[in-house]
Ligand binder design. Structure first.
Ligand code: TRP
Length: 359
């Protein structure tokens, strides 16, 4: 289906290219994206310029991980014939939209954003916040609106960013007097965020508590062995706690046999079921889940030329879409340089000194 005739709702989502993706990404977003590409016009953004906002000291890492994340996408079943995978640094319209949107948001509004507040704290920026970092929510609003996405699958922590995006869209629409930008809805995954194997709130590569999608079988085995369970469940016969027990959280996320999981939980609570037995079941499930992903990933990595071509053609298609939106916004705002565009209303009659975009 060509872009012009595809009337399905538009999705934009993406990932900062700071490291290969892990099981938490799979449960929280990748699995959904594989399903959503059947029903939506889906764009996936490899957000390398956004990654620079807190990694300017290591652009090499950001660059290398564009291919790593692309391999992860393709390995889990994102199909480039159905989903457009594009690289942010190849889409200059996003930067130009960001420059325009900066004028529709106050610094105070950015500083009040709870997502940003948490992130500034977590990164220990103190008062030395890179301007690009403080403003990345505006750049993200540019990403979303440039594709005219109405559906944005993101984690719950990103909700304030969608709110800001819609505020910008409303402000611009009000300013120009018509709805040039649609508002977007967040699509929050129905599974909660997957904890790290150590039981801390979030699986993250930097915490060393993640299972990468490319993990070898012995890495998976070792991770499951080290997984946090119930520290008070010392003997097999002791009653155990299921809540906060990472092994059960993962079984909830990945074991499709709900009845079996319910029975295991009951047995564990009663006592008489050892951690080793539950972990063995989980390990089998994770090995079976990750084996085909790893195999595909290895095969794809042998042909980087193919992956590069997927990114090149996806980025070219995305460039058209994002440039078209930028052109619309430039026209709607009546920026002077639109007078130079071919076919401009006033081009034939010379440049008006006081252009009025809405006669
Ligand atoms: N912020 C997202 C992340 O941290 C990446 C991202 C960039 C994104 N632009 C986006 C997500 C637009 C959704 C929509 O991984």
């Amino acid at each position: 289906m060509s872009i012009a005739t595809d009337t399905r709702p538009i999705i934009l989502t993406g990932d900062r290219t700071t490291g290969p993706l892990h099981l938490g990404h799979y449960a929280g977003s990748l699995k959904n994206r594989v399903a959503l590409q059947e029903t939506h016009r889906q764009f996936l953004l490899l957000a390398d310029t956004q990654a620079l906002t807190d990694n300017a000291h290591d652009p090499g890492k950001v660059r290398r991980n564009v291919l790593e994340v692309a391999l992860d996408y393709l390995a889990v079943g994102i199909d480039p014939a159905k989903t457009t995978i594009c690289v942010q640094s190849g889409l200059p319209a996003l930067a130009e939209l960001t420059m325009l949107y900066l004028n529709f948001v106050t610094v105070a509004r950015l500083e009040r954003n709870p997502t940003i507040k948490d992130e500034i704290h977590a990164r220990g920026f103190g008062r030395d916040i890179p301007a690009g970092f403080l403003c990345y929510p505006i750049a993200q609003a540019a990403d979303i609106t440039a594709f005219k996405a109405t559906v944005v699958p993101v984690g719950e922590d990103q909700l304030p960013l969608i709110e800001l995006t819609n505020e910008i869209a409303r402000r611009i629409n009000r300013q120009v007097g018509h709805d040039v930008l649609p508002e977007a809805c967040a699509l929050i995954p129905d599974v909660g965020r997957l904890p790290g194997i150590d039981g801390t709130a979030k699986m993250s590569k930097s915490q060393g508590n993640a299972i990468p999608l490319s993990a070898a079988p012995d890495v998976i085995r070792d991770a499951v062995r080290r997984m946090y369970t119930d520290p008070h469940h010392l003997r097999v016969d002791d009653p155990g706690t299921v809540e906060g027990n990472v092994v059960f959280t993962y079984l909830d996320a990945f074991d499709t046999d709900r009845d079996a999981v319910a029975a295991l939980k009951a047995h564990y609570r009663r006592g008489g079921l050892g951690d080793v037995a539950v972990k063995r079941r989980l390990e089998d499930i994770l090995q079976a889940l990750l084996e085909p992903i790893r195999t595909r990933r290895i095969a794809l990595a042998r042909d980087p030329g193919h992956v590069l071509e997927v990114l090149r053609s996806g980025t070219a298609a995305a460039r058209e879409v994002t440039q078209a939106t930028l052109d619309e916004i430039r026209h709607a705002l009546g920026l002077f340089a639109v007078e130079f565009d071919a076919g401009s209303r006033s081009a034939a009659g010379g440049l008006p000194l006081y252009p009025s975009p809405h006669p």
